[in-house]
Ligand binder design. Structure first.
Ligand code: HEC
Length: 119
């Protein structure tokens, strides 16, 4: 994905995320956008594609969608250590280790930052 497209996608995500009260259409669009986003780092991208992505791009799983800043902000406000603990121990519908058995804590952190809207 080129930089301009990445930028446009991020702007679209922010605009869509701005609607607090999500209509089914907004959810569908957020989900479509989340499916376009991939970490820039190739190693991280490979891990993301075979683990986190399978839930964090499907709204019906109940997972906060990749790039959905509104969904991620209140979670991120609990702090990165709490986020990493949730992945390692599992949370709600998320199994322990988020299906990435060989991810390091640093990789979990990078994956979380990416999904929460950064790179
Ligand atoms: C099998 C589905 C599934 C997979 C795979 C998955 N998640 Fe999740 N994740 C969820 C669901 C569902 C939630 C919402 C849990 C809740 O708050 O009820 C969630 C929530 C989270 C949260 C927020 C937890 C909190 O305490 O608010 C983080 C961080 C997270 N996932 C990171 C990851 C990372 C990183 C990966 C990949 C290594 C991953 N997830 C893979 C389903 C999944």
């Amino acid at each position: 994905m080129d930089r301009m497209l990445t930028f446009s996608v991020l702007v679209a995500v922010m605009l869509l995320s701005a609607c607090q009260d999500k209509t089914p259409e907004a959810t569908r669009q957020l989900q479509a956008v989340s499916q376009q986003l991939v970490p820039m780092n190739a190693e991280l991208a490979a891990r993301y594609q075979r683990s986190c992505r399978s839930c964090h791009t499907i709204a019906a799983t109940g997972a906060p969608l990749t790039g959905d800043v509104v969904a991620w902000t209140p979670r991120m406000e609990r702090g990165m250590p709490a986020m990493i603990d949730s992945v390692i121990n599992g949370a709600g519908g998320m199994p322990p280790l988020g299906m990435c058995m060989d991810c390091s804590e640093e990789q979990f952190e990078a994956l979380i930052r990416f999904m929460a809207g950064g790179q």
